[in-house]
Design a binder for this molecule. Structure first.
Ligand SMILES: Nc1ncnc2c1ncn2[C@@H]1O[C@H](COP(=O)(O)OP(=O)(O)OP(=O)(O)O)[C@@H](O)[C@H]1O
Length: 293
């Protein structure tokens, strides 16, 4: 994985992105800067993650604000076309045609991506299926593949044309731990030399893969920085106790019988090593009822 520093040149810059669905403010002034490597996008249900990804993938225009990817501004049709040529998008619910074989599906996407020369297109489809380790099942129909394999087909389709900007919307959802680990490897490979924005509910995915993390809640950016910085926010705010601490923002009995508490510690607290998940929960403080549950 490329570990670009925060000072690395921005490949995507977004300023004040807003989008309403009727009375719902799904995005409320999102500003963000992405550079090469994998950036994780965390947030509770309804935070606006999918909406942000759809905006950045030019599937829906924002009501306000603007963004560029590799300098291409989607507000003009020429800019939008150029941006789409640099884009690979794995949507939350990929529209699979179940009777397609893996090869046919990826080839279909390659045709949409303007690969008109048949020989070159076949070569590209084989290349991306090989990249996600699916060469052996390329002739199998999608309806006969496992969920993990189907997600890999969707990733292969996103990789067609070697895009510099990859948008992945919860690609590991529903996968078992082994499949998730394999998918992580593929995302890390895809992140080499590319700008990847990965929406996920899995804080371990972010801790293990990402060089940057953005926390979104209520359509706003609550945190932007490195995973280590997000974890460090919880230092001195996670502690162990024999009983649930009523002052804790969240607390639960662990497998060893003691309580793990997050929030404002009492004096003399027995501090624990924080995790990225702790930092994430604290970044949502005051935002979600789920944190206080
Ligand atoms: N097409 C739509 N019409 C109306 N409201 C919508 C639509 N899409 C999303 N919303 C609303 O916009 C808000 C943000 O939704 P979004 O799907 O972007 O969140 P999310 O962070 O991706 O959530 P999840 O983790 O559950 O996928 C939510 O309140 C959602 O109900």
């Amino acid at each position: 994985m490329t570990s670009a520093s925060p000072a690395a040149p921005a490949t995507l810059t977004a300023t004040g992105l807003s989008l309403r669905y009727g009375g719902t403010r799904a995005l409320d002034g999102v500003s963000l800067r992405l550079s090469r490597g994998v950036t994780g996008l965390l947030g509770p249900n309804g935070a606006g993650k999918t909406t942000l990804l759809r905006v950045l993938a030019t599937a829906v225009p924002p009501d306000g604000g603007s963004f560029t990817v590799f300098g291409h501004d989607p507000r003009t049709s020429a800019g939008r076309l150029e941006l789409r040529r640099t884009l690979g998008y794995l949507p939350q619910t990929p529209g699979f045609h179940q009777d397609f074989t893996a090869f046919e599906f990826v080839e279909y996407v390659a045709i949409l991506k303007e690969l008109t020369d048949r020989t070159a297109r076949y070569g590209e489809v084989r290349r991306v299926l090989d990249a996600v380790n699916l060469s052996d099942v390329r002739g199998r129909r999608l309806k006969h593949l496992s969920g993990g394999m189907r997600q890999r087909v969707a990733l292969a389709a996103a990789l067609v044309g070697d895009p510099g900007f990859l948008v992945l919307d919860e690609p590991t959802v529903g996968l078992d731990p082994e499949q998730r680990m394999r998918f992580r490897e593929l995302i890390a490979q895809a992140g080499e030399g590319r700008t990847v924005l990965l929406s996920t509910h899995q804080t371990e995915d972010v801790a293990m893969l990402c060089h940057r993390v953005v926390v979104l809640a209520g359509g706003r950016v609550r945190f932007e920085g490195t995973p280590a910085e997000l974890t460090a926010r919880a230092a001195g705010r996670v502690w162990s106790s024999a009983e649930r601490d009523p002052g804790a923002l969240a607390g639960w009995r662990t497998g060893v019988g003691t309580f793990r508490n997050i929030g404002a510690p009492p004096s003399g607290a027995d501090f624990l090593e924080p995790t990225l998940e702790d930092g994430y929960l604290l970044a949502l403080e005051g935002e979600s009822a789920e944190v206080t549950a």
